[in-house]
Ligand binder design. Structure first.
Ligand SMILES: Nc1ncnc2c1ncn2[C@@H]1O[C@H](COP(=O)(O)OP(=O)(O)O)[C@@H](O)[C@H]1O
Ligand SMILES: [Mg+2]
Length: 256
């Protein structure tokens, strides 16, 4: 089985999906075969962070979870889009689709089999010979997030280092630990200038009782939202990319 990395958060809009897409890309650049799974069923967006427009996707993960289509129908090879060359590294996406029928009915009514999420990841890993699968979740405590934590080898609690992050973030980290996730780590996001890694490491240990996986700086280019596609591919030297690269190295190291 590949290493399953679940990224979750208490609050929404903390930069979780952006982190998952770009972390997947950076792991693929390190030579890993990576799968990205959009388990944010209520508001899928991982495809956009990967540079795939809404209109290009017909079917998505909720269709698979309710048995309307097979896994083969939803997998999307991001290799060409991400500019991955001929090496071992690969990047595949199991996306959600932005479609009223696909989202509202199954996700809101809970009419799907969450067990299929794990089975889907397993099948995807075998079919594509994956080393790692990154699972993006919807914020807060919900069905898919808890399920995705229960099957994780690593969980990253994404949080802004602000009052809201410090409110429910530690609760999410506690849930991960109680579900016995082997590596429960904090990923600080949208870190404002002036906050040092030393200070953030202290906050992670004291408030989250977890080690820090990394600290991603605030990036005006991301906040403006005028960039489409994989940020790390377009801005390889940006401090956001450099910080995320360290997280990718850490995750790659946890595999061995
Ligand atoms: N480090 C960052 N600095 C500034 N803006 C960011 C950063 N990371 C993400 N964003 C922006 O914040 C918004 C929400 O990000 P997203 O990844 O969708 O969050 P989430 O998945 O937690 O809801 C997007 O417009 C994104 O471009
Ligand atoms: Mg998101």
């Amino acid at each position: 089985m590949p290493m399953i990395v679940t990224v979750h958060s208490w609050g929404g809009g903390v930069g979780k999906t952006t982190a998952v897409a770009n972390l997947g890309y950076l792991l693929a650049r390190l030579g890993l075969r990576v799968g990205l799974v959009d388990a944010g069923l209520q508001a899928p967006g991982l495809h956009l962070a990967c540079g795939v427009p809404d209109g290009q996707l017909r079917r998505g993960i909720t269709g698979y979870l309710v048995g309307e289509c097979g896994l083969d129908d939803i997998l999307y090879d991001l290799g060409p889009l991400a500019g991955l060359g001929g090496g071992r590294g690969a990047l595949h996406l199991a996306p959600g689709v932005v479609d009223m029928g696909a989202i509202a009915r199954p996700a809101l009514a809970g009419q799907y089999d969450t067990g299929l999420l794990h089975e889907g990841i397993r099948q995807m890993a075998v079919a594509l010979d994956l080393d790692a699968v990154l699972v993006d979740t919807h914020s807060g405590v919900n069905h898919e997030a808890v399920h995705a934590l229960a099957i994780a080898d690593v969980c990253l609690t994404a949080a802004r280092p602000d009052t809201r992050g410090l409110s429910g973030g530690p609760l999410m980290a506690t849930i991960s630990r109680r579900l016995s996730v082997p590596f429960a780590l904090v990923l600080f996001t949208m870190v404002p200038p002036g906050m040092t890694n030393t200070a953030l490491t202290g906050i992670a240990l004291r408030r989250y009782e977890s080690p820090m996986a990394g600290a991603l700086p605030w990036a005006a280019e991301l906040a403006r939202g005028d960039h489409t596609g994989l940020f790390a591919a377009a801005f390889p030297e940006h401090p956001f990319t450099v910080a995320l690269h360290d997280v990718a190295n850490l995750l790659a190291g946890l595999r061995t």
